[in-house]
Ligand binder design. Sequence first.
Ligand code: ARG
Length: 627
Amino acid sequence: MHNFLYYFWSSSLFDLVRVTSRRLAWASKTESIATMATEEDECMGSVKAQLAKLFEVSLKVTVPNEPDVEPLIAACTGKFGDYQCNNAMGLWSKIKGKGTQFRGPPAVGEAIKNNLPTSEMIESCSVAGPGFVNVVLSKSWMAKSIQKMLSEGIDTWAPMPPVKKAVVDFSSPNIAKEMHVGHLRSTIIGDTLARMLEFSKVEVLRRNHVGDWGTQFGMLIEFLFEKFPNFEDATETAIGDLQAFYKSSKQRFDADPAFKERAQQAVVRLQGGEDKYRRAWAQICEISRTEFHKVYKRLGVHLEEKGESFYNPYIPGVIEALTNQGLVEESQGARVIFIEGSNIPLIVVKSDGGFNYASTDMAALWYRLNEEKAEWIIYVTDVGQQQHFDMVFKAAKRAGWLPHSDSSYLKASHVGFGLVLGEDGKRFRTRNTEVVRLVDLLDEAKSRSKAALIERGKGEEWTEDEIESTAEAVGYGAVKYADLKNNRLTNYTFNFDQMLNDKGNTAVYLLYAHARICSIIRRSGKDVEELKNKGTLVLGHKDERDLGLHLLQFPEVVEEACTNLLPNVLCDYLYNLSEIFSKFYSNPECKVVGSDMETSRLLLCEATAVVMRKCFNLLGITPIYKI
Ligand code: ARG
């Protein structure tokens, strides 16, 4: 008994904490509603959101003198129900001593349970411990909801965030410098976040904030003129490796004062808009862009470039406005904005009068808010830039561009991530070069997965095209998934053998699991489209019900991943889905093809495949259909 109680308390308290910390999730942001939830209401949003609506009704009746109590709903981790409402304890501490008729949290829980409107989604409710209200969902409602998704499409399970337009600033490499693994992480994570928002019907501006402005361009342009007097004919192949070009021009800059002088002049002439200098600059940018594009093409990532140079014309106006507001102060010759809680100020004009990274980011933020009218601006960079963004956001709050609290939309978020490490635990690099060429890295992932396919005899079975496209799906998918499955803030170790393993939590394992489900459906010889309309899904067996419940949790998981900007939440969900599916499929009591329950179970297989495919799609991974 003692142990049982301990288990119960610890798991429930854990849930309570988890739920409280997620209170800002969209699900709990229910609009004010009438006293009875209508049938229509119940069909909207995630299971969690639908239950929140029912409990909101109950809470209003239970404690009429406590308005605006947000329902705290969480999926159960124990076996007392599928979901639980955790409001009783918190409510009790609010109402005790105020002449309430209740005698402790269990009584509050009991009343919450009794005041719950009847709903076809709930089979039964019970109160446990200090007032937790456990809910068991109705199997027939669950089955109906899954079947509805199958016939109307997975888009009906998309979250509905209260935000119309977002900017995702991601990838953002620097011109004439190598795109490094940090940019790869930003590209992969940013693309997933953009995909999740797009699925949620948010208009997303996918911004590539490339570093295409700054003093280094004087040096590069001058070096280009020197090396190629007819610079306009100098193609990518002539210049070759832009990074080597950058290095040699830097050496020249450091060694020769006359060159340095000319380079500094070149910056002035470029920024003054002199034609020849603008053309040379444009050419250097174009060569870099071609390089970046090779990476984006492999990853299937789409971006719209608005580089630092784009915002340059806006900087003076923005700084003037901030100055007029009294925010910009003189400090050691520079012009700065002081930030509460920060020991260094944000420098917006350098002591030489020039603009910097921060000036550009202030102008870009202003532009995104005022010209593009974005309500959520998301920046994806390594954690090293966290302080920079923190200061930029705080300066914007001081200026009144953004509200002080981040609890509602009109907000900016920095999505930081950790380092990519090599086997030696140090920063990832290849044996002979200092930085890893991303194109080579991706090509190696592809060629290794191609070799594995050939080894498994697919060379004889499949066409060359099939081999190529599967190798790409698996290879690039493996690189992406290895990055996304970790909490983004932790460093992760890059290891081809691990990420291309067909066992464990890898893209390969998941892609194969999906292909296997597709082959079960093919083997049945049934037309699954026809079954969707004519057949009926039932969740009779426990393993079928467990799988059904997990499928139904897809909307709230995407919502959580999106609200908290954590792709790993979706990866965990996907991995668990394939584990729960395996448990169902490997149970002899749940035989699919040839059993009495074939139609229902095929529909369950199809629903699993549909949800898996949506997960892959949101993670930027191309599914495969056969193995
Ligand atoms: N180019 C920068 C870098 O390579 C990243 C830019 C991120 N975006 C921004 N708005 N500052 O570190």
